[in-house]
Design a protein around this ligand. Structure first.
Ligand code: 9D3
Length: 265
């Protein structure tokens, strides 16, 4: 048995829709993953099943109330067993692969609380939460997608969920830089050809080509990753070559710009 997730939300159907498809569906069916979804409205006590209210001190938007959340967590038994209680919110620490691995290693049971509206009563955060996570610097309408991001990324690290142990091995080997380009049949489509190298059968050359393409992409799109990446002497040589080629391109561009601005003056 892998990790168990309990999700507290006012939109259980969003969570269930995603879990009912994809690889996660199979993981749940095979008992590799245990996910339970709770509707916060089921833990309200008033006729209208109220989960939000106006903010003290005024201002726009609504705030999620503490009582339904408190009741839900008590009913789930979240206060009992050792488990991590995570609130998804824009104020949290930014989620990444390291945190996914930490969650897989350390926690057998994870509780995810999805906020909605402008926010959640601060007393929930103060008393019911162990950790606050965000999935990045953009604004969404609630924490449901964030909780699915976390479940998805932790679940695929559980042994057996992907059903292909090689892919996670290779991943840990190349982790830190971007992926190389992939191709499949046909070898030619409307004039678009697969690089001949990949059809050569020379596996050493293919590995070298892939590594170089991966480094090229990383340098181009995510140079920030190179600071932390694990690079061999060979990698560094390749990068140096790529950098010097890039500098030539850059300086030619600069020349063009120079000419342009000179013309303008
Ligand atoms: C104007 C202040 N807003 C904070 C940036 C209020 C606010 C916006 C969006 C409060 C809650 C939300 C809903 N978002 C989430 O619950 C959320 C979220 C996100 O918006 N971005 C990235 N990660 C996450 S995790 C939960």
């Amino acid at each position: 048995m892998c990790t168990r997730f309990d999700i507290v939300t006012i939109f259980p159907s969003i969570i269930n829709a995603y879990l009912g498809e994809s690889i996660l569906k199979r993981a749940v069916r095979n008992g590799l993953l245990d996910v339970r979804v709770y509707d916060i409205r089921d833990y309200t006590t008033d006729k209208h099943r109220t989960v939000d209210d106006y903010p003290y001190g005024g201002g726009s938007g609504m705030v999620m109330k503490i009582e339904p959340m408190f009741n839900a967590l008590k009913a789930i038994g979240a206060d009992g067993e050792a488990r991590k209680k995570i609130l998804l919110s824009p104020q949290g620490r930014t989620y990444n692969q390291d945190i996914a691995e930490e969650l897989l290693q350390d926690e057998r049971r994870i509780l995810l609380i999805c906020g909605r509206y402008e926010g959640i009563d601060e007393r929930v955060r103060e008393t019911l939460i162990d950790e606050e996570l965000s999935i990045g610097d953009y604004v969404m309408t609630g924490g449901e997608l964030a909780s699915l991001v976390i479940i998805d990324s932790v679940a695929r690290l559980c042994p057996g969920v992907l059903g292909d142990d090689d892919s996670s091995k290779e991943e840990s080997f190349t982790w830190g830089i971007l992926d190389y380009p992939h191709y499949t049949r046909p070898p030619e489509f409307m004039g678009l050809v697969v690089p001949g190298m990949l059809l050569s059968g020379n596996h050493a050359k293919i590995a070298e080509w892939r590594r170089k393409e991966a480094l090229k992409r990383t340098l181009e799109n995510r140079p920030d990753l190179l600071k932390k990446a694990v690079l061999s002497a060979e990698d560094k040589k390749m990068l140096q070559e790529l950098c010097s080629q890039k500098e030539i391109i850059l300086s030619e561009e600069n020349d063009e710009l120079d000419k342009g601005s000179r013309r303008e003056v």
